[in-house]
Design a protein around this ligand. Structure first.
Ligand code: UT7
Length: 333
């Protein structure tokens, strides 16, 4: 039997650069309340959202991804030809196939990088970071571009009071590559498919077509059970990610949870007993919940506003449809 060589990669991986794209249109609560019989006060009290960003016609999944990626590449000091794998986490690329990652890789000018999409909803970016870290350390790729991107307004029912005021659009990208020291801790991830129906596309496309009523099968969410699950179960996952990375609460600088709801963020911070000193991402207030894009958007904003600095230790945690979740500690680029 012929002997095979085993792949070998870098000793460690890290995020080398981060970039984001926020749609230009700002949509205040006042613009969404009428269609869902709600109020600015209710939305702010229950979710912490004051306004959100919704994409215009030109701000496609591909366009927002490329814009975010160019910034991430520039900050990482890399040329697109040095990227050998592109992973795109999204649920709002509207073609079943091919993956939008291939078009993004081409538009960026990579040299035929491996490119594929992953479907892990709001947890997608943290799944992508975990995979990229393993690819780099195993030698499957040297530099991986991980993108979290959503144009959820394409699949939102603007008359649905359970979702219309929460979800939004945007993109975040991270370049993951080799590092002398550990920059991405072990992932803690999982899923609870028993709760498959809590956040989902309302109907299977085949049922929509069979019904003859060609209406987009929108996103639906039973918000309250998701809220309770996220507020309690996710704090434990966050603590596990800290433990697996060997980082104590005293060593943690920044907490970047998925921007699902300000009250979930507060409940997690309380359950985890985060010290006052730890800076917490609160991007949701004027960005809304951008699913796979929310963690990179929130972290990038903290860097821009001086709340996170290069070398800081940050706990990332994301959760959503599936229900799927993933968390890891990273060093801020
Ligand atoms: O990103 C993926 C993961 N997603 C999440 O983590 C989201 C988790 N869920 C949530 O963020 C929250 O559940 C929501 C913000 C969606 C809703 O907040 P809630 O505190 O769970 O509200 P609720 O669904 O329990 O409803 C409370 C009340 C109800 O009225 P009654 O029965 O108390 O009279 C609802 O009918 O609020 C009413 N309500 C609304 N009122 C005004 C429900 N939706 C609305 C609305 N505007 N849009």
């Amino acid at each position: 039997m012929a002997g095979l060589t085993s792949p070998t990669g870098a000793p460690h991986a890290a995020i080398l650069g981060l970039g984001t794209y926020r749609p230009t249109r700002v949509v205040p609560n006042a613009e969404v309340v009428e269609a869902i019989d709600s109020s600015d006060e209710w939305i702010q009290q229950r979710s912490g959202i004051k306004s959100r960003r919704w994409a215009g016609p030109e701000e496609s999944v591909q366009m927002m991804s490329v814009a975010a990626s160019r910034i991430a590449l520039e900050r990482a000091g890399l040329d697109p030809r040095q990227i050998d794998c592109v992973v795109v986490a999204t649920v709002s690329h509207m073609l079943q196939t091919p993956a939008v990652a291939t078009a993004i890789a081409h538009e960026l000018g990579t040299e035929q990088a491996a490119a594929f999409d992953i479907s892990a909803a709001c947890a997608g970016f943290c799944h992508g970071i975990a995979m990229a870290s393993d690819f780099v350390r195993a030698g499957s790729a040297r530099h991986v571009l991980v993108i979290g991107v959503e144009r959820l307004t394409d699949i939102l029912d603007l008359n649905d009071r359970g979702t219309a005021f929460i979800f939004a659009d945007g993109a975040g990208a991270a370049v993951v590559g080799p590092s002398e020291t550990p920059g991405i801790g072990p992932v803690v991830w999982g899923s609870d498919g028993e709760q498959f129906d809590l956040i989902r596309q309302r109907e299977d496309w085949r049922d929509v077509i069979a019904s003859g009523d060609l209406v987009m099968p929108h996103l639906t969410m039973q918000g309250n059970p998701v809220f309770r699950w996220a507020s309690f179960a996710m704090a434990k996952v966050g603590q596990q990610a800290l433990d697996r990375a060997g980082v104590t609460l005293d060593e943690l600088d920044v907490f970047v949870p998925h921007q699902a709801n300000m009250r979930i963020t507060d409940a997690m911070a309380r359950s985890m007993k985060l010290p006052e000193r730890v800076r917490i991402a609160r991007d949701i207030a004027d960005q809304g919940n951008t699913s796979a894009a929310s963690v990179p958007l929130a972290l990038d904003r903290m860097i821009a506003e001086g709340d996170a600095k290069s070398g800081d230790t940050a706990l990332l945690i994301a959760f959503g449809a599936g229900l799927a979740y993933a968390a890891q500690v990273v060093v801020v680029p």
